[in-house]
Write a protein that binds this ligand. Structure first.
Ligand SMILES: *Cc1c(COP(=O)(O)O)cnc(C)c1O
Length: 942
C-alpha cells in the first residue's frame, strides 16, 4: 500500500522527516535503538503479531460490511429492557456522529466542559423528575449493574443483615447480574413473589428490588409492600421504565428510596446490547453514597453559575478500598443523547409517544381477548404476556413475518411495543397470535391510582427546543463550550486520547450494527458473532492470552470480571481462604475498589523513590500473606510511566506463593507488538478499548473493558444466559456494549500487525520527545535506567509551586487560555502533570503544546522573580473568558493581551473558555444537582 491508501499514515501523527528530528532530539538515530533502551530486553517479544495484513479504509469497511451483512435485522418486540426507538436525526448527526461530542474527555476540567456538563445535568433532571426522587447521577453502565449498585448502596447504609429480596418478575438478566455481584460480598439473594413475601418475617433483610412495570408487563402497586419493607428497615428499590414513567405514578410517590433503569429507549439504538446509559436516583439522605458521577451547579470566579462534577472526593480514586462502587468510565455520550431526546420531545412529546405505545398495546390486548387468546397480565404499559400452546411455533411464525417476540417458557410468549411500532406491526402480531381482526376496544391498562398526576420536566430547557432549528442550535451551543480532540491534543496520561478515526466510527450508523436486539435468536446475529469472535481472537493474540471476554463494559468492570475469575479459580481448587490482594499504592483507585467488590482484602505495597514497586516490600508482603494470597494487581508499564525491569521476577514470586497476577492494561498502548501481558507472566489483564483501541471517550464513556486470561482461568470468564456458559455475568448483555467493538475491529483491521507495532513505538517516541523538550523547564519525575520514559511522562510542578505559590491547578487552568486541555493532574503523584501524547499527534502539535508549557514556565518565573504579582497574575486568574478580557474595567496587574493571547498561534485561532474558574468548595457545600438552565441561574443571580 502507498502512503496515500495506507490507513497507518493517517493514524500516526509523525510524517516525513519529523520522525528523524524527534529521534535526534531524544538523542537517538533510530527508533529501534530508542525502543531497545526503553523496553527491557527480558520482556521483549520479537514474534510478529498474528493478525491479518493491514486493509485500506475502503477495504476494511467493505470487509466489515460483508460480515455484519450476515445479521438479520427484524423488528424486535422482545422487550426485556431493550426497546425500539427512533433516534432523532438531529441528535444522530450532531451528537453521535459528531467528534465535537464523541471525542471529548471526562469533564474533570469543568471550565472547558460546560456543554456536556449542562447536558448531563439535564439527564439528572430527567431521571429525578420521572422517578420522583431527589438526586440522580449522570449515568451507570446498564440496568443490571445499576440494580447491583443499588444493592451495594443499600448495604452500605444497612445496620446489619445481608439478605436482599429480588422480585422474580424483574428482568432475568438483572437478577443474574445481582446474583453475581452478591455472592462475593456474602449477600444472600432471595428471589421470589413479592406478593407473598413478608419482609417482617425475613431475618437480616436489608433491601428489596421490584420491577415497574414488571418483566411480564404487569403494572403493580407496590405502595403497601414498600411500607412493610420499610417497617422492616429494608431499603426499597425499583427498576423502572422511563417511558412508562411519563404516564405512571413515579416510584418516589409510592415509597421507593432508590430507582434504577436504562435510558436506552430515549433515542439510543439497540446496538446488540449497548452501549446505553443506566441510571440511578435516590432520596436525598443517600446522595453522598451515590455511585458514579454527580454533576452539580457552582459559581465561577466572576460569581456566575457554572457546572462541575460534585463530590469528587467521594470518587473511587480517593476512597479506594473504602469505596462501595468501582465505577469510573460511565455512559456519558449515551446519557447526553437520552437527555437530548427529552429536550427535543419535551414532556408533552414524551407523553404522546408513551400513550401511542400504550394504545397499540391496548389494541393488541383487546384483539387477543376478543379472539379468545389468553393475555396473562391484566395491567400493562407496553408488554403483554400471552399463553400459547407452543411458544417455539409462535416465535417461528412471527419470524416469518419479520418480527421477533420473546419466549418466556414453552407455553408463554411476550410482546413489547415501542415507539417504532406501526399499525401494520400490531396487526401482524395479532395475526401471529391468533386474532384475525383488530379490535379497537380500549382496555383499561392499569389501576387508576397508578396514573401519573404530577407534572414533570417543567424546566425551561425541556420546553424550548422542539423545532429542529432550535434544537440544532442548542446542541451546537453546548458543543462549542467544550474542548474536544477536534480542537487540540488532550495529553491525558493513562487515558490514551488518540485518534478516533471516522472510518472506525461510521459502521455504528449501519442498521445491521445498530438495530439488533441483544436477545435475538443466534442465527440473526451471525454477523455480530463473527465480528466479535474475530476481535476476541485478535485481542488474545495481542495480549498473549488463551481467551478474551468482551462482556465487561468499562475498565473497572474488566477488573471486576478478572478478579472474579481469580476468585472462582481459587474456590474451584478448594483454596477458599485465598482472599488477599496485593496492590501497589500507585495503583488506580478502581483497583482496590474492584478487589473489595470480589470480597478480597486489600494489602498495600510500597513504591520506591523512582516510582517502581518496592520489591523488598512486595516480597515481605508475599511472605506475610503467603497462605492467603489471592492476587497481585499491577499496572504495566507502571502508572509512573516506566517499564519496570523487575516485572518478570515479580510475577514469578506471586506464582510461587500460589497467587495469580492481575495486570491493569490501561497502559497497553506501550505494549502492543513489543511485549504482552501474557508473555510477561500475568494471568489476566483488562484492556480499555476506549483508550488503546480507539473507542472515543465520549466525554466520559462509553467504554469496553475486555479481559484476556491464561488457560487456567478460561472456565471462569463471565457467562450469560444467552451464552453457552451461564455463570457469573457482569452486565446485562452477553457482549456488553457490543456495537462499539466495531470501532476497535476497524482499527486493528486497518493497522495490521506492523501498523500496531509502529503505533506503540511512535507513542513511546512522542512521549520521550515531549519529556526531552520539557525537562529543562519541568523536571521529569521518573525515568527508566536509561533515562527514558515509556508512553507517558510525569512532569513535576512542585519545585516551582514551592517558590511561586502557583499550583498545578493554576497551570492546568492557564493551559485553557492557550487552547489546551490539561494533562492528567495530580495523579498518580500530587502536584504533577502526567502527559501522554499518543502516536496520533503530529510534531507540530507536540511543539505547540510544549511551547505553551514553556511559556507558562516563563509566567511562573515572572512570579518568582517578582515581575508578576503573587496573587494577581495570569495563572491565578486563569482561565480568562472573553467577556472578562474585553470588559471596560480591567484592573489586573497584567495586560489583556497577555491574558488572552500569550503566544502568536492564538491569533490564528482562539478557543474561549465559557466560564471563569469554578469554585469547587462552594459547589460541594451547596449541592444543586438538577437544572434550570445556566441562563435561568444567571437570571436569578442578577
Ligand atoms: C482508566 C483506568 C482504569 C479504569 O478504567 P475505566 O474504563 O475508566 O473504568 C483503571 N486503571 C487505570 C490505570 C486506568 O487508567
Amino acid at each position: 500500500m502507498s502512503a496515500h491508501t495506507d490507513f497507518r499514515s493517517r493514524h500516526l501523527g509523525a510524517i516525513g522527516s519529523d520522525r528523524e528530528e524527534m529521534l535526534r532530539a531524544t538523542g537517538y538515530d533510530s527508533l529501534d535503538a530508542l525502543i531497545a533502551d526503553t523496553v527491557p530486553a527480558g520482556i521483549r517479544s520479537d514474534a510478529a503479531l498474528e493478525l491479518p495484513a493491514a486493509k485500506s479504509e475502503p477495504e476494511a469497511l467493505a470487509w466489515l460490511k460483508a460480515i455484519m451483512g450476515k445479521n438479520k435485522v427484524l423488528k424486535s418486540f422482545i422487550g426485556q429492557g431493550y426497546y425500539g426507538t427512533h433516534v432523532p436525526g438531529v441528535i444522530l448527526r450532531n451528537i453521535l456522529e459528531n467528534p465535537g461530542w464523541y471525542t471529548a474527555y471526562t469533564p474533570y476540567q469543568a471550565e472547558i466542559a460546560q456543554g456536556r456538563l449542562e447536558a448531563l445535568l439535564n439527564f439528572q433532571t430527567l431521571i429525578t423528575e420521572l422517578s420522583g426522587l431527589d438526586v440522580a447521577n449522570a449515568s451507570l453502565l446498564d440496568e443490571g449493574t445499576a440494580a447491583a449498585e443499588a444493592m451495594s448502596l443499600a448495604l452500605a447504609g444497612a445496620p446489619k443483615g445481608k439478605v436482599f429480596f429480588v422480585s422474580d418478575a424483574c428482568h432475568p438478566q438483572t437478577i443474574d447480574v445481582v446474583v453475581t455481584r452478591a455472592e462475593p460480598l456474602g449477600i444472600e439473594v432471595k428471589v421470589g413473589d413479592w406478593r407473598t413475601f413478608d419482609p417482617a418475617s425475613c431475618e437480616g433483610l436489608f433491601a428489596v428490588l421490584v420491577q415497574y412495570p414488571d418483566t411480564y408487563g404487569t403494572v403493580a402497586d407496590y405502595a403497601a409492600f414498600f411500607e412493610k419493607a420499610k417497617a422492616a428497615k429494608a431499603v426499597t428499590i425499583v427498576a423502572a421504565d422511563l417511558l412508562a414513567l411519563t404516564l405512571l405514578k413515579a416510584p418516589g410517590e409510592f415509597g421507593a428510596e432508590i430507582c434504577v433503569g436504562s435510558s436506552q429507549r430515549f433515542g439510543v439504538p439497540f446496538g446488540f446490547g449497548g452501549p446505553h446509559a443506566g441510571f440511578m436516583s435516590c432520596k436525598d439522605a443517600l446522595k453522598r453514597k451515590l455511585p458514579g458521577r454527580l454533576i452539580g451547579v457552582s459559581v465561577d470566579s466572576r460569581g456566575k453559575p457554572g457546572f462541575r462534577l460534585s463530590l469528587q472526593t467521594r470518587e473511587q480514586h480517593i476512597r479506594r478500598d473504602k469505596a462501595t462502587s468501582n465505577i469510573c468510565t460511565a455512559q456519558v455520550l449515551l446519557a447526553v443523547m437520552a437527555s437530548m431526546y427529552a429536550v427535543y420531545h419535551g414532556p408533552e412529546g414524551l407523553k404522546h409517544i408513551a400513550k401511542t405505545v400504550n394504545e397499540k398495546t391496548a389494541a393488541l390486548a383487546a384483539s387477543l381477548t376478543a379472539a379468545g387468546v389468553n393475555v396473562v397480565n391484566e395491567s400493562f404499559f407496553d408488554t403483554l404476556t400471552i399463553s400459547v400452546t407452543d411458544a417455539d411455533a409462535v416465535l417461528a411464525a412471527a419470524v416469518e413475518k419479520g418480527i421477533n417476540l420473546r419466549k418466556i417458557d414453552a407455553k408463554r410468549v411476550a410482546v413489547s411495543f415501542d415507539e417504532t411500532t406501526t399499525d401494520a406491526d400490531v396487526a401482524a402480531v395479532a395475526n401471529v397470535l391468533g386474532a384475525k381482526s383488530l379490535s379497537s376496544d380500549k382496555t383499561s391498562a392499569w389501576h387508576a391510582d397508578l396514573s401519573r398526576k404530577s407534572a414533570f420536566l417543567t424546566q425551561k430547557v425541556f420546553n424550548s427546543y422542539h423545532s429542529e432549528t432550535e434544537m440544532l442550535r442548542y446542541i451546537k451551543r453546548l458543543e462549542s463550550k467544550d474542548l474536544a480532540l477536534n480542537e487540540s491534543m488532550i495529553a491525558l496520561g493513562s487515558c490514551t486520547m488518540k485518534l478516533n478515526a471516522t472510518s472506525e466510527m461510521m459502521p455504528l450508523s449501519w442498521p445491521e450494527v445498530s438495530s439488533v436486539h441483544p436477545f435475538v435468536p443466534a442465527d440473526q446475529s451471525a454477523g455480530y458473532r463473527e465480528m466479535l469472535g474475530l476481535l476476541e481472537g485478535w485481542l488474545a493474540n495481542v495480549t498473549g492470552f488463551a481467551a478474551v471476554s468482551l462482556q465487561p463494559n468499562a475498565g473497572s468492570q474488566g477488573e471486576y470480571a478478572g478478579l472474579l475469575a481469580i476468585r472462582r479459580y481459587h474456590l474451584s481448587r478448594g483454596d477458599t481462604h485465598r482472599d488477599v490482594c496485593l496492590i501497589p499504592v500507585s495503583a488506580h483507585g478502581t483497583n482496590p475498589a474492584s478487589a473489595v467488590m470480589v470480597g478480597m482484602k486489600v494489602v498495600g505495597v510500597k513504591c520506591d523513590e523512582q516510582g517502581n514497586i518496592d520489591v523488598p516490600d512486595l516480597k515481605a508482603r508475599i511472605e506475610e500473606h503467603r497462605e492467603n494470597l489471592a492476587a497481585l494487581m499491577v499496572t504495566y508499564p507502571s502508572t509512573h510511566g516506566v517499564f519496570e525491569e523487575t516485572i518478570v521476577d515479580i510475577c514469578e514470586s506471586i506464582h510461587a506463593a500460589g497467587g495469580q497476577v492481575y495486570m491493569d492494561g490501561a497502559n497497553m498502548n506501550a505494549q502492543v507488538g513489543l511485549t504482552s501481558p501474557g508473555g510477561i507472566g500475568a494471568d489476566v489483564c483488562h484492556l480499555n478499548l476506549h483508550k488503546t483501541f480507539c473507542i472515543p471517550h465520549g466525554g466520559g464513556g462509553p467504554g469496553v473493558g475486555p479481559i484476556g486470561v491464561a488457560e487456567q482461568l478460561v472456565p471462569f470468564l463471565p457467562g450469560h444466559r444467552e451464552l453457552d456458559s451461564k455463570e457469573g455475568p457482569v452486565c446485562s448483555a452477553p457482549w456488553g456494549s457490543a456495537s462499539i467493538n466495531t470501532i476497535s475491529w476497524m482499527y486493528i483491521a486497518m493497522m495490521g500487525p506492523d501498523g500496531l507495532k509502529d503505533a506503540t513505538e511512535l507513542a513511546i517516541l512522542n512521549a520521550n520527545y515531549v519529556a526531552k523538550r520539557l525537562a529543562p523547564f519541568f523536571p521529569v519525575l521518573y525515568t527508566g535506567t536509561k533515562g527514558l520514559v515509556a508512553h507517558e511522562c510525569i512532569i513535576d510542578v512542585r519545585p516551582l509551586s514551592e517558590k511561586s505559590g502557583v499550583t498545578v491547578e493554576d497551570v492546568a487552568k492557564r493551559l485553557m487560555d492557550y487552547g489546551f486541555h490539561a494533562p492528567t493532574m495530580s495523579w498518580p503523584v500530587a502536584g504533577t502533570l502526567m502527559i501522554e501524547p499518543t502516536e496520533s499527534e503530529a510534531k507540530v502539535e507536540l511543539d505547540r503544546f510544549c511551547d505553551a508549557m514553556v511559556s507558562i514556565h516563563g509566567e511562573i518565573m515572572a512570579v518568582i522573580n517578582g515581575e508578576a504579582d503573587a496573587t494577581d497574575n495570569v495563572l491565578k486568574n486563569a482561565p480568562h473568558t472573553a467577556d472578562s478580557v474585553i470588559a471596560d474595567d480591567w484592573s489586573h496587574a497584567y495586560g489583556r493581551e497577555q491574558a488572552a493571547y500569550p503566544l502568536p498561534y492564538l491569533r490564528n485561532h482562539k478557543f474561549w473558555p465559557s466560564v471563569g474558574r469554578i469554585d469547587n468548595v462552594h459547589g460541594d457545600r451547596n449541592l444543586v444537582c438538577t437544572c434550570d438552565s445556566v441562563e435561568a441561574y444567571a437570571a436569578a443571580a442578577q
